[in-house]
Structure formats: structure tokens, C-alpha cells
Design a protein around this ligand. Structure first.
Ligand code: HSE
Length: 428
């Protein structure tokens, strides 16, 4: 049996999970791959994070780890993008495969790093970067290889989905639940990456690059998080037949541009994605040959992510010396990202309206001026001070047109703050 040495950089939540599960399932992996995987070196400042049987492998110098002749695969699980990029460059330049869960790194520097991997005849393995334990990268890269991808809708941030689910179930605010998501190891060290939608955008950039063969700049991804979502809107959405999820939406438009956007979204309560709760992620991918497919599983946490890292390490070990690995195929079918202003969507709006006759007519008149149809109107019999909530779900309109109408409506004397507008996706 061939023995392959691993250098692990970062032994926190994910790295610790990887090390523990490799110790646990080492023999199973060896049986299935014919490779004896051994962790030779670990770079981690906190020794207490490293499982006791592996403490002898500790080093305080990641450069030595990368250069070590006994290390054939570098596993970067430190997170961040500055030092992690140095690590990635060093490993790839040394011709060593890089296994990483670092979606931020790939979203920001994927083009450079995959180029480096190709030049040095080695590979980057990144299954754990999207969807935790769900093998979505393999599905897109291999299982759906023969398909043009018609669209991807993903719930791909476990922390946000956990928070939105608990808010829906318990009516608590997102701040109350965030601390729990952190203690469970779901949230990033900087939680704003999660709740501001940035982590979802990183993952969307990776999925888009695999589906459409072009790198998408983070600045071109319209990104909104969940901070403004209230338990009230979750409850009103439910009454209208919808559930609110933080969705990544990736699809080509009629101009050969790729829409890549991340925002809270009302989706039909009877859709499969609506039933994805807690830390679970789900990614719906539609291919022109296969039709609709769905990938589901735990999207964050030490164990789920370790499963993906282990499968990458096993694949990298099996491929050693064969120059297979990154297999990122550039095809540039769709080189540009659709500007959000041109995107056509439906909207749910919640207005705080004065409780007097004629208000609805004024609001409807503005939408009429902008040629935006109204699908449904609902006014719950609930007062908050001088105003009543007025809920509407609109027909499809371009973002730019909707924003102009919404601005005019908020300027009506009969409309007060707070108002809320959330996009609706019918998932048809
Ligand atoms: N913070 C991420 C999440 C971890 O909540 O999904 C997995 O990428």
C-alpha cells in the first residue's frame, strides 16, 4: 500500500474535525483507496486543539511544513485570505496538491491559484468550500459534466439558514440566535461574513465558475444579508404562502450574461428548498440534459466539512503524480455578470401605511405609473401606533423600475417608515 504524507495547516473547528475523523476512519479510507494517509506535520499555534496522538507532528513553521519531503499534500484549513494565499502559492509552486475549504480564498484569488496549479502540474481540491459535506463540487464537475447549466438556486450558508429557521420557529431576533450558531461551530470567526451574505457570495462565485467556466468578481455579485430580516416579515411571508431564505441565484440570462446574486428571498412554502431547515444546505441545479437535481446535507460544522476534506485528500492522494486535480476548464461561455438593475424579479413589500381611506389606491397608482402589476394585497388587522402594515406581492419587474416605484411610494405622505422590500423567487 502506498503511504502519502499530509501537512495540515490550521487545526481549529474544521482542521480538528479533519484530524479526528482521519484517525477514526483511516483504515476504511485505506481499504477503499489503497492509500495509507498519514498526517506528518501540523502547523497550529494552539497545541490543545490538536488531537493528542498527533501532537508529535506539531511545528510552528508552515514554510518548513510545505517544504518537508515527507509532506506530499498540503491541507490548508486556517481560513482568512492573506496568509492562506501565501500558503497556497507556496504549496502549488512546490508542485504539491492543495486541499482547502477556503471559499474566500478561491473567490478572491481562484484565477491566479488555478493558473499556478496548472503551471506546476498539480491540483487544487476544494469540495469543502461549498455546502459543507455535500459533494456539490464533484456533482458539477463530474456528474453534470455533459449539461449546460440552466440555473442554480442554493441555500449555502448554514449559519444564516440556522438563524432564519429559529427565527421562524421561535420568533426570536437574529442576534439572539447568532451566539448559538457560533458556539456550534457553524459561523465564521468574523460573523459578518455569514450574516451579510459575503460567505454565500464566495460560494456562489465558486459554483458559477464551475457551471459557466468564468471567474466572477466578488464586486459583480449583488450581495445582501439577513440583518434586516425581522421575525415579523418571516411571519407575514408565511401567511402569504412563502418562506424567507438567504438564496444564491446563478443563472444565465437572454444576453449570455450570468446573473449571480445573493439576497434574502421569499420562496413558495411548498417548494423543496423551503423545507431545508437549520444548518442544512441545499443546492438545486438544473441541467439541460438531466433536468432538475437537488443536493442536500449539513452545510457547516466540523464533522460535515471534515467529510468533504477527507474525500479531497483521498482523491489528491490517488491522483498524485498523474497531473489530475484542478480540472477547472475555462470556456468563457458567459463572460459577464448581469447587472442587478437589469434583473427581473418579483417583490414582496411591507409598507407602514396611515389607516385612512384611499391609501391603497395611491400606492396602486404609483405601481400603475411604472407598469408594475400587483399579484396580491393583504392588510393584517394589526396596528402599530398610527400605521397599519400593508403587504403586497408584485408581478415581475426590472430591478431599476421597481426601485424607482418603491422610492416614490415611500415619499407618499400616507406611507411612513419602516418599510421592507424582499425579492420573491417562484423556483419554477
Ligand atoms: N460559516 C459557514 C456557514 C461555514 O455557516 O455555512 C461553512 O462554509
Amino acid at each position: 500500500m502506498k503511504t502519502v504524507g499530509i501537512g495540515l495547516i490550521g487545526c481549529g473547528v474544521v482542521g480538528g474535525g479533519f484530524a479526528r475523523h482521519l484517525l477514526r476512519n483511516h483504515d476504511l479510507i485505506a481499504e477503499r483507496t489503497g492509500v495509507d494517509l498519514q498526517i506528518r506535520r501540523i502547523a497550529e499555534p494552539r497545541a490543545d486543539r490538536v488531537p493528542a496522538p498527533l501532537r508529535g507532528a506539531l511545528t510552528d513553521d508552515w514554510r518548513k511544513l510545505v517544504a518537508d519531503g515527507e509532506v506530499q499534500i498540503v491541507v490548508e484549513l486556517m481560513g482568512g485570505t492573506t496568509l492562506a494565499k501565501e500558503v497556497a502559492r507556496a504549496a502549488l509552486s512546490a508542485g504539491k496538491p492543495l486541499v482547502t475549504a477556503n471559499k474566500a480564498l478561491l473567490a478572491h484569488a481562484g484565477e491566479e491559484l488555478f493558473g499556478l496549479a496548472d503551471r506546476h502540474h498539480t491540483g487544487i481540491y476544494f469540495e469543502a468550500s461549498v455546502g459543507g459535506g455535500i459533494p456539490i463540487i464533484k456533482a458539477l464537475r463530474e456528474g453534470l459534466l455533459a449539461n449546460h447549466i440552466a440555473g442554480i438556486h442554493g441555500i449555502i450558508n448554514g449559519t444564516c439558514n440556522y438563524i432564519l429557521t429559529r427565527m421562524a420557529d421561535e420568533g426570536k431576533s437574529y442576534g439572539d440566535i447568532l451566539a448559538e450558531a457560533k458556539s456550534l461551530g457553524y459561523a465564521e470567526a468574523d460573523e459578518s461574513l455569514d450574516v451579510d451574505g459575503i460567505d454565500t457570495a464566495h460560494k456562489a462565485a465558486i459554483l458559477a465558475s464551475l457551471a459557466y467556466g468564468c471567474w466572477i468578481k466578488m464586486a459583480d455579485i449583488h450581495t445582501e444579508g439577513i440583518r434586516t430580516i425581522s421575525a415579523l416579515d418571516i411571519s407575514y411571508a408565511r401567511r402569504l404562502g412563502y418562506v424567507i431564505k438567504l438564496l444564491a441565484i446563478i443563472k444565465p440570462d437572454e444576453h449570455n450574461a450570468v446573473q449571480t446574486r445573493v439576497h434574502p428571498t421569499l420562496i413558495p412554502a411548498d417548494s423543496v428548498l423551503a423545507s431545508v431547515s437549520g444548518v442544512y444546505n441545499a443546492i438545486a441545479v438544473e441541467g439541460d440534459v438531466v433536468g432538475r437535481t437537488l443536493y442536500y446535507g449539513r452545510g457547516a460544522g466540523a464533522d460535515a466539512t471534515a467529510s468533504a476534506v477527507l474525500s479531497d485528500v483521498a482523491e489528491a492522494a490517488t491522483n498524485l503524480g498523474s497531473n489530475r486535480g484542478s480540472r477547472f476548464t475555462r470556456h468563457d461561455l458567459y463572460g459577464k455578470v448581469a447587472n442587478i438593475d437589469q434583473v427581473k424579479t418579483r417583490y414582496y413589500i411591507r409598507l407602514s401605511a396611515l389607516d385612512q381611506p384611499g391609501v391603497l389606491a395611491q400606492v396602486a397608482a404609483v405601481f400603475g405609473q411604472y407598469n408594475i402589476g400587483i399579484s396580491s394585497v393583504y392588510q393584517p388587522e394589526e396596528h402599530s401606533g398610527e400605521t397599519v402594515p400593508l403587504l403586497m406581492v408584485l408581478d415581475q419587474a426590472s430591478e431599476a423600475n421597481f426601485q424607482r416605484a418603491y422610492r416614490d411610494i415611500k415619499q407618499l405622505a400616507v406611507i411612513k417608515e419602516p418599510c421592507q422590500a424582499i425579492r420573491v423567487e417562484d423556483l419554477k
